[in-house]
Design a protein. Structure first.
Length: 353
C-alpha cells in the first residue's frame, strides 16, 4: 500500500480497497522516524463527512486502497533526534494535513493550508517524496512535529478528535470575520460542524441563530448556546429574518437556495461555506449587488490557529457531542451519517482495531 522503505513501523488499519467498498482490516508500514518526526499511538479518530466523500470518490481523484481519517488524537510514543516540541507521553492531535513547503508566504504566515507548493493532506494524497499518505483509521502514525498539536489536559482525547477538523473548520472563519459581541451570526445546519460552530460563536460573544430543516433539534441547539432557532422548511422564516445577519456560516453538504439565504444578510454581510456539496451552487448576482453582500469559503486553519482553537475550546468548555464506535461499526456509521442519524459526531475507538 505504500513505497517500501527500511525500518518502518507496521500498523493495523481500516482500509477501503475501492470506491464505496466495505472497509477491510489490513496492515501498512509507516516510515522510519526522521529527526523531526513524532510517532503517535492513535487512541481515537473522528469520522468526518469528507471521509465519506473521499471513500466514495465523490470528489474524484481517490487513491485506493485508502485509509481515511484526519481527526486524530493520541499519545506520543517515540520522537526523532531533533524533536523539541514534544516528548514521549504527550497528548497530541493531527488534523487535515501533515506537511507543507514551510517557505511560501502562506506557510510563513501560519496558513499552511494554502501552501503554494501544495499542502500534503493526511490521507488520499502523495507526500513530496511520492509516497501515498494514509490517515487515522490506524493504530499508529508518523508525522513531522511541526504538524502536530498539543491537546490540553482539560479535553478528553475522544472529544478532542473531532476538533481537529470540525473544530478548526468552524473556528477559523468565525475568527477571520471578526465575530464577537454585537455581531449576529446564523449557523446553517445543526450537524457535526454546526453544533460545534454554535459553541464557538456563543463563546466569542455573538448573538447566535440556528437555521435547521426542522424544529427537532431546537432544545439541543439552545443547550449549545444558540439564542434563536428557526426551521428553514417554514417559508415564513425567510421573510421574518430578512436582512438580519452579519455572517452566515453554512455547514451543510447539500445545495441550498443560495438567493434565499443571501436575503438574510445585512448590507456587507457574508455567507461563508464550509460544507462542500458535490454539485455546483447557483445564485443570481443581484442577490449580492443589492446588499453589497459576499459569498466566501473557508478551508480549516493553520497549525498555529489549530492550537489556538484547542486552547480556546479547553478554556470555554467547548466539546463536540460524540458517539464512540468500534472499528467494526465504521461501515454502518457511514450510512448513518448519510441518513443524518448521528448526534453529532462519530469517533472510532482505535483500541478496537
Amino acid at each position: 500500500m505504500c513505497n517500501i522503505q527500511k525500518n518502518m513501523t507496521m500498523t493495523r488499519v481500516l482500509s477501503v480497497p475501492s470506491a464505496k467498498a466495505p472497509f477491510e482490516r489490513t496492515t501498512i508500514e509507516r516510515r522510519e522516524l526522521r529527526p523531526d518526526d513524532v510517532l503517535i499511538d492513535i487512541k481515537f479518530c473522528g469520522i468526518c463527512h469528507s471521509d465519506i466523500h473521499n471513500a466514495f470518490d465523490e470528489w474524484g481523484g481517490g487513491k485506493f486502497p485508502m485509509v481515511p481519517g484526519h481527526e486524530i488524537a493520541g499519545i506520543v510514543v517515540a520522537v526523532g533526534s531533533e524533536v523539541t516540541k514534544f516528548a514521549v507521553g504527550d497528548r497530541v492531535g493531527v488534523g487535515c494535513f501533515v506537511d507543507s513547503c514551510g517557505k511560501c508566504e502562506y506557510c510563513l504566515n501560519g496558513e499552511e493550508q494554502f501552501c503554494t507548493k501544495g499542502v500534503i493532506n493526511t490521507y488520499n494524497d502523495e507526500d513530496y517524496d511520492g509516497n501515498l499518505t494514509y490517515g487515522g483509521y490506524s493504530q499508529k502514525i508518523v508525522v513531522k512535529e511541526d504538524f502536530v498539536v498539543r491537546i490540553p489536559d482539560a479535553l478528553d482525547l475522544d472529544v478532542a478528535a473531532p476538533l481537529l477538523c470540525a473544530g478548526i473548520t468552524t473556528y477559523s472563519p468565525l475568527k477571520h470575520w471578526n465575530i464577537g459581541p454585537g455581531k449576529k451570526v446564523a449557523i446553517v445546519g445543526m450537524g457535526g460542524l454546526g453544533h460545534v460552530a454554535i459553541q464557538f460563536a456563543h463563546a466569542m460573544g455573538a448573538e447566535v441563530t440556528v437555521l435547521s430543516r426542522s424544529m427537532d433539534k431546537k432544545s439541543e441547539a439552545l443547550s449549545f448556546g444558540a439564542d434563536h432557532y428557526f426551521a428553514t422548511s417554514n417559508p415564513a422564516t425567510f421573510s421574518e429574518l430578512a436582512g438580519r445577519f452579519d455572517l452566515m456560516l453554512n455547514t451543510v453538504s447539500a445545495n441550498l437556495d443560495v438567493d434565499a439565504y443571501l436575503s438574510l444578510l445585512r448590507v456587507d454581510g457574508t455567507l461563508v461555506n464550509v460544507g462542500a456539496p458535490a454539485e455546483p451552487d447557483q445564485y443570481h448576482v443581484f442577490s449580492l449587488i443589492m446588499g453589497r453582500r459576499s459569498i466566501a469559503g473557508s478551508l480549516v486553519g493553520g497549525i498555529r490557529e489549530t492550537q489556538e482553537m484547542l486552547d480556546f475550546a479547553a478554556q470555554h468548555g467547548i466539546t463536540p457531542k460524540i458517539e464512540v464506535i468500534s472499528a467494526d461499526q465504521v461501515d454502518e456509521a457511514y450510512q448513518r451519517v448519510l441518513r443524518s442519524d448521528v448526534r453529532y459526531r462519530f469517533v472510532i475507538d482505535i483500541s478496537t482495531l
